[in-house]
Each structure stands twice: as C-alpha cells, then as structure tokens.
Design a protein around this ligand. Sequence first.
Ligand SMILES: [Zn+2]
Length: 314
Amino acid sequence: MDKLAASSKNTQSKCIVCGSERLKHFSRYNTAKETEGIFIGRRLVRCQSCSHIQIEPMFTEDELDQYYSQSKYWSEKHSDDRTHKLQSKAFSQIAYIESKTSLNDIERVLDIGAGYGRFFQELRALLPEREFKFTAVEGGPDAVTYLKETFDAKIHKSYKAVKGKFDLIVISHFMEHMSNPSELMRLISRSLTSSGVCFIEVPNKDYAYRKNLTPHISFFSPESLTHCSTNNGLKVVDITTAGTPLILLDRSNAPHIRLLRAAARFYEKILIGRLDQQYNEIFLNTLIKRSKMTERSTAVAGRDRYRLQALLKL
Ligand SMILES: [Zn+2]
C-alpha cells in the first residue's frame, strides 16, 4: 500500500464527478484472483468535496475499451439465462419512471447500454398502441443485430455518436463502468427535449458489500450522483434506493448483526415499501461502520442488488 500511495501522490488524480483533487485513501480495491490483471493492486479513494468513491489510479478510456473488448462481461450480463431477471428489472424501472412522471408524451427513447433491449420490450408491452422510436447505444454484435431486427432501433456504438433529442433516456448499470461520467451527463443535458426525462440506475455504495468489485470503477452515493447531475446542467426530479436492503445481504453471525437482520426481515414483512430509503440508509451506514470496508463485507449472488434510481430533467 505504501508503494501505491507514494506513486499515486505524484499523479494529478481528480474526482471524476466534481474535478476536485482532494482525494483521500478509502480502502483497498477487492478483486478476485482470476480477474484480469488490470484491476489488481488498485485502491479506492474518496473525494473530500462531493463524497464520490472511485478506483485509483483511474483507468483511461483506452484501457477500459481494451479491457471490455477482451472481456465477456457484457455478453454474460445480457445473456439469455438472465432474461427473466432483466425483464423484471426493466418492468420495475418503468414503474418507477411512471410513478414520477407521465409516459404520455414519450416517443423518442434512447437506451445507453441497451443489451438486448429489455427496457424497450417492457415499454412496448406496457403501451402497445404507441409508436416509439428506439435508439440504442450498444457494442455487442449479437445484441446489435437483435435490436435492429426486433425494435427497428437506430444503433450507435458509443454514446459520443448520439445525435438528436429524446423524450426519455435510460442508463442502467452503465455509469459505474465509466471513467468520465460527467461527459455522459453533458451529453444527456444536450440530448433531452425540454420536457424529457433521464432515468439512471447505478449500484448504491456496492463497495460495502461486494467481495469482487471488478469491473466497477466508480461507486455512487445519492450525494455524488446528485453532484454529477447538477454539475452538468441537470435537475434531480427524484432520487431513491431500491432492491434488497443491505442488512439482508449480510451473512455475518455477529449477534448485533443477527438482531438487525431479524428486525429488517420483520420490518420488510410488515412495512414493505414504506420508509424504504431512510431504512436502507440507516442499515447501510451501520454496515459500513461495522465492516470498515474489509473483506468481511458480504455479497449474495442472485438477489436483487441494492441500487440507486434517479430521474433527471433539464
Ligand atoms: Zn468529487
């Protein structure tokens, strides 16, 4: 760690959300042994200005492009055996958007990191009488063919190539992979119609409970996602948490954690959906304090991960 700390002192690292150079060591970057080498030996730093947490040293865009061109990450993430899960996720995303804004005037829809277009599919299923114009940012060759054939979608390989205006922009589990989320936010503020909305979903502080952080390089909190939006000309209509409360993901047998877990289960049964955000935040903070970001933090595969959802406007 000393060597890494010393070497990174000489580099001009900046917060990728707010540009501040006040980055403070936070924890090691946990990755699996079998993971591709570029993630090994890095650490996490926390921005003292906006609280964003990011990998250090940060990757360049070229390094990330090269990593994903050789990795099966996205093809596995969007694979057929996850279809049911991805559809129910898309459904819950649309339900969230609909609870905050009207879908009546939405015609042009852009999905950045669209995969096989589960979001388009659910939107079309919900509103079959409507004629949506779908645009997708997607790089996987099979997904691109599918999107063209199934949704007659216009495809861009990179979000940088996107032109025109959209009534709804969807970015789901994409920003945590980016070394320049602010650039994406600026594209959104250029690409929304005056009444348009952007839906963003990212994991919420997943450094606290995932054993293997690869390939996430950016760890948003409600605070840092808000900063990232407002710094780039967007207003936050709503920001909330969703998914399994972290305390239920924690397998620890420590007595106070077992007690909290039991309380959480009880709470989940009798008060599901109510006070969700405050409840999650309290347990998240408890878990973070307890685990001090060590390997004792836990993760459970297959459950609906704790995440942030936000709706943005111009
Ligand atoms: Zn910052």
